[in-house]
Design a protein around this ligand. Structure first.
Ligand SMILES: Cc1cc2nc3c(=O)[nH]c(=O)nc-3n(C[C@H](O)[C@H](O)[C@H](O)COP(=O)(O)O)c2cc1C
Length: 281
């Protein structure tokens, strides 16, 4: 928070600890301002994270989202998400259901309409039964590699299940022709500048499919205030970044904020809220 972020998100966290994929599993594409990762949800497991988060949260001083996933060797992915919600009851300011990591085989299949509907039924029922988090916002994080048909179906399910928002997007399995970094052929999800156009396009389409009915979180390739502004105009009420920080360092936060102020003034918007979705088509 002291870096200037308004909120933070931990995860993805799985019920049981897991080591993730063998190293190397993280690659910089320096010339492209891109990153390819195939980390594979390396994490200490939700019990350990609950203990750590409970101890540190009072000092964090802002909203903390908890991003939940499934163990790679799980026999029941849906049950893993249910466990995640239950374990973080009372600790998360919002939940993220991550069904879009490319590094856990089968996980992205949960984005199929029938599988997603069954998952959301179960999760909304689980959330309703939580002692402390029955009203905690639940967001679903989607991939940028969806077909138009799957994408529209996800938005329809998100609306009919009354989830609280969508996060657009996770990393991409695609490799734009423009890539020149020596690591471009590594397996994994691509993030950073080369993801900006694709993820922003997805965001704008998500905004039009959901008709502004739910908040969208824009993420993917934000390296400047202009990029953040493009996400907002495409429909994001909130933005997140990861790879930009790798290349630009913490000074990026101040630059984004002052550039955003300039962008809003150029277009005569009095607030971010006024700009949301202004160029979503
Ligand atoms: C090293 C690395 C690890 C990531 N791990 C996760 C993860 O565990 N769960 C998740 O939902 N997204 C994960 N992401 C994806 C980011 O949260 C984000 O959606 C993506 O990188 C696009 O944003 P960016 O271009 O600003 O990095 C990871 C990204 C990177 C670079």
């Amino acid at each position: 928070m002291k870096l200037g972020f308004g909120f933070t998100e931990v995860g993805t966290i799985t019920p049981r600890p897991q080591a993730g994929n063998p190293k190397p599993r993280l690659f910089r594409l320096t010339e492209d301002d891109g990153v390819i990762n195939r980390m594979g949800f390396n994490n200490a497991g939700s019990e350990a994270v609950v203990t750590r988060l409970a101890a540190s949260k009072p000092n964090i001083g802002g909203m903390v989202g908890v991003n939940i996933g499934a163990n790679k060797d799980s026999e029941d992915f849906v049950a893993d998400y249910v466990t995640g919600l239950q374990r973080f009851d009372g600790l998360a300011d919002y939940f993220v259901i991550n069904i879009s990591s490319p590094n856990t085989p089968g996980l992205r299949d949960l984005q199929g309409r029938a599988a997603l509907a069954a998952l959301l039924d179960k999760l909304m029922e689980t959330r309703a039964g939580l002692a402390r988090s029955s009203q905690t916002p639940l967001l679903v994080k989607i991939a940028p590699d969806l077909s138009a048909e799957d994408h529209e179906a996800i938005c329809a399910e998100a609306l009919s299940h009354k989830i609280d928002g969508l996060i657009v997007s996770n990393t991409t399995l695609s490799r734009p022709d423009s890539l020149i970094g020596g690591n471009k052929a590594e397996a994994g999800g691509l993030s950073g500048r080369p993801l900006m156009a694709l993820s922003t396009e997805m965001l704008a389409r998500t905004y039009s499919f959901t008709q502004g009915a739910m908040p969208l979180v824009g993420v993917g390739g934000i390296m400047s205030g202009r990029d953040a502004y493009a996400k907002i105009c495409a429909g994001a009420s909130v933005v997140q970044l990861y790879s930009g920080l790798v290349f630009e360092g913490p000074a990026l936060l101040g630059r984004i904020k002052s550039e955003l102020t300039t962008c809003l003034a150029e277009d005569s918007f009095g607030s971010i809220a006024e700009a949301v979705g202004s160029r979503a088509n």
